[in-house]
Design a protein around this ligand. Structure first.
Ligand code: KIV
Length: 300
């Protein structure tokens, strides 16, 4: 993958046109970015799912712009070729177009991401338009939008009724019309996504939206089995990294407690002559140490 060229927005449009699936994954730090780079993914999203999988919050709502910037900077250092997209955290864009542009500019300037993502249709369409006009590429996100999951009735599949599906289609078309270069569809019935995509020209990236989208995205920690417990239906686990980490740490604990670590191969050596000289010094020093009580005795 070392001769790979950086992925551009036209590349994504070409991939869609050629029917070549676009691979997107989240990353939140330097090592996860390196893995994404080495695996040859096309888009890396510094997702606000960091709130849950990295920072331990119960939802994505609490994560701040400062936290997203810190994570984004680390991801940037690990990436060369994938297009890097920064997620706009809740509260960083909804209130006004000015706030949305300022926040998008901060993400781009401070993390080096090449595009931003914001959630939902409705008022977000105007925010997306403003950011695009400010010269920053925007990725839309419709369907299950976790920042507003409570208003959607929880973490539920969206577009299951004809009315809900119409809303999804209208939101996606509106986001496309204001210049979004791609749109994420989350937790949408496959048949609804397929029908919507017939009307959409920009690339679509699915997460629980079936096989018809131009690409797929999964959360790094979910697909590699770093998160434990229940995951959404759309997650496929490609590894059990939590299991591997736990097994490794348990062995380390056991070997350290059993005096089996460190082993000879983990030790630094020293020239015997240097060691002898140092030992002589230590022996003399021990003598001094036994006299030290004298030194601390109060003077007569
Ligand atoms: O924050 C995130 O990880 C996302 C993906 C689930 C698309 O928005």
């Amino acid at each position: 993958m070392s001769d790979r060229k950086p992925v551009t927005l036209p590349d994504l449009a070409e991939m869609k046109a050629a029917g070549e699936p676009i691979v997107m994954v989240t990353a939140y730090d330097f090592p996860s970015a390196r893995v994404a780079e080495e695996a040859g993914v096309d888009i890396v999203l510094v997702g606000d799912t960091a709130a849950m999988v990295v920072l331990g919050y119960p939802g994505t709502e609490p994560v701040s712009m400062d936290e997203m910037v810190m994570l984004g900077k680390a991801v940037r250092r690990g990436l060369k070729t994938p297009l890097m997209v920064g997620d706009m955290p809740m509260g960083s864009y909804e209130a006004s177009n000015e706030l949305a542009v300022q926040s998008a500019q901060r993400l781009v300037k401070e993390t080096g991401c090449q595009a931003v993502k914001l959630e939902a249709g409705g008022a977000s369409v105007e925010r997306a338009r403003a950011i695009v006009r400010a010269g920053i590429p925007v990725m839309g996100h419709v369907g299950l939008t976790p920042q507003t999951a409570t208003a959607l009735g929880g973490y539920k599949t969206q577009g299951k009724t004809a009315q809900g599906a119409i809303q999804l289609l209208e939101d996606a078309l509106a986001l496309e019309s204001v210049g979004c270069f791609a749109i994420v569809f989350e937790a949408v019935p496959a048949a609804i996504a397929e029908a919507i995509l017939e009307k959409l020209e920009v690339p679509s990236i699915g997460i629980g939206a079936g096989p018809a989208t131009s690409g797929q995205v999964l959360v790094f920690h979910d697909l590699l089995g770093i998160t434990t417990g229940r995951t959404p239906k759309f997650v496929k686990r490609y590894a059990d990294v939590h299991g591997a980490m736990l097994a490794g740490l348990e062995r380390y604990v056991e070997e350290t407690r059993g005096h089996r670590f460190p082993e000879p191969g983990h030790l630094y050596s020293v020239e015997p002559a240097e060691l002898s000289e140092f030992r002589r010094y230590v022996e003399r020093k021990e003598g001094f140490a036994s006299q030290r009580t004298w030194d601390w005795e109060p003077l007569p």
